[in-house]
Design a protein around this ligand. Structure first.
Ligand code: APR
Ligand code: ZN
Ligand code: ZN
Length: 377
């Protein structure tokens, strides 16, 4: 019986920017009011984890910290006042919470909850403290959920119960990549049947966007990546065409695409986080009605060099966060869609690793050797 006690367990600690993770014994305090302590079963490693480790988005990682935002686990204990969860529940932690009460949750067009701001951006729980310590030092939380630890503590609005039959070491990917890409196509772009679409970046997020375009009935889905090793998988997910921009050096890639499509795409998705490919994605849409959705996360100091003339002719440039899903309502539904065979999940997983090998997952991702690595606790 661990409820009410400090738990000692292992976690991947990010002590400082740009340093590899170090596997440490950490202490995880019991959950306070409206908090839940979770035994993690598995977590995916997302490109954003590399970006946050590199200091690209300071609000997502205040060092020292425990990163990770694509996990699934089982409730170990709950704090005072927690009504929706009990020990043993199967859950997915949510970096975008849903409290149902704040202005963000109540606005029909928003999927962004404001309840935990600004503490979540500071790597703190609502009372301004943290539940993690290591070697006498407190560690920050990250994105409110810190899944790179055997146990974590989250606010009860940052969590949702899912179908108990669902394999946690698979559906953890619904916590970020799958929801993000799939929803960008279905909720943000609202791709229509017969549309011609293009996706930049064929990692976990991009492939999920491909899956969304296919589900929406797109007639053409171009997958664009500088790593041709991604193309075979991309076709399995539904790409009708695959292109490597490096094969068109000396030409302006957006012009090549506009020509290929006889006037530009209906929908383009940038799933890399690179301001240059964002511009290509805009420029290669149809100038009168093309829609571009930005999904990838660029560094906080980056700027897009965008001519307003590109937009004024009729294009739309949109952004999508967590696929536009309202997390508590949608994540269990996506899990059920996987269970009924409507969405792919297993196909994203190329590597299973132990927590000890988490640094290897960063290397695999940097080298383009994986789609998703899943850490099994
Ligand atoms: N042009 C085309 N493809 C590129 C380019 C480029 N200039 N640079 C990188 N890529 C490709 C990589 O080869 C890789 O296949 O983009 C893909 C990115 O995939 P992952 O590294 O697996 O990243 P993923 O986890 O899918 O995240 C993508 O979404 O959440 C954000 O922070 C995340 O910004 C990142 C993006
Ligand atoms: Zn992510
Ligand atoms: Zn809210």
């Amino acid at each position: 019986e661990t409820a009410g006690k400090v738990i000692k367990c292992r976690a991947a600690v990010a002590w400082a920017e740009k340093e590899p993770f170090s596997i440490e014994e950490v202490e995880v305090a019991p959950p306070k009011a409206h908090e839940v302590r979770i035994k993690m079963v598995a977590t995916g490693v997302c490109h954003s984890d590399i970006s946050f480790l590199n200091g690209l988005l300071p609000s997502a990682a205040k060092f020292p910290t425990i990163l990770g935002h694509e996990g699934a686990g089982i409730v170990e204990s709950v704090g005072e006042g927690v009504e929706n969860f009990k020990e043993g529940d199967h859950v997915i932690p949510l970096y975008m919470p849903q409290c149902f009460q704040c202005p963000g949750c109540r606005h029909p067009k928003s999927n962004q909850c404001l309840k935990l701001f600004p503490q979540q951006m500071q790597g703190l729980m609502q009372d301004g403290t943290t539940r993690f310590t290591c070697k006498g030092q407190s560690l920050h939380h990250s994105m409110g959920i810190s899944t790179f630890s055997e146990y974590t503590v989250v606010n009860d609005v940052s969590l949702v119960k899912i179908n108990e039959e669902a394999p946690l070491e698979k559906v953890c990917l619904i916590g970020c990549a799958i929801a993000t890409g799939y929803g960008a196509a279905l909720n943000t772009a609202k791709v229509e049947p017969g549309s011609r679409c293009a996706i930049w970046g064929l990692g976990g997020i991009g492939l999920a966007a491909v899956m969304g375009c296919r589900a929406a009935g797109a007639s053409k889905i171009y997958g664009i990546d500088i790593n041709p090793d991604k193309f075979e998988t991309a076709r399995k997910f539904g790409c009708t065409d695959v292109l490597n921009p490096k094969d068109f050096e000396g030409k302006k890639f957006a012009d090549v695409l506009t020509q290929m499509t006889g006037g530009g795409f209906d929908y383009t998705f940038e799933c890399i986080g690179n301001v240059n490919t964002m511009l290509d994605a805009v420029e290669s849409t149809n100038r009168f009605y093309g829609v571009t959705v930005l999904v990838g996360i660029a560094g906080h100091e980056k700027k897009m060099d965008l001519s307003p003339l590109l937009i004024v002719s009729g294009r739309t440039l949109k952004g999508s966060f967590f696929g536009g899903w309202r997390s508590v309502e949608s994540v269990p539904m996506l899990v059920d869609e996987y269970m009924s065979g409507k969405i792919m999940v297993d196909e994203f997983i190329t590597h299973k690793l132990k927590l000890d090998d988490i640094n290897q997952s960063l290397e695999l991702m940097k080298d383009g050797k994986c789609v998703r690595c899943v850490i099994h606790y």
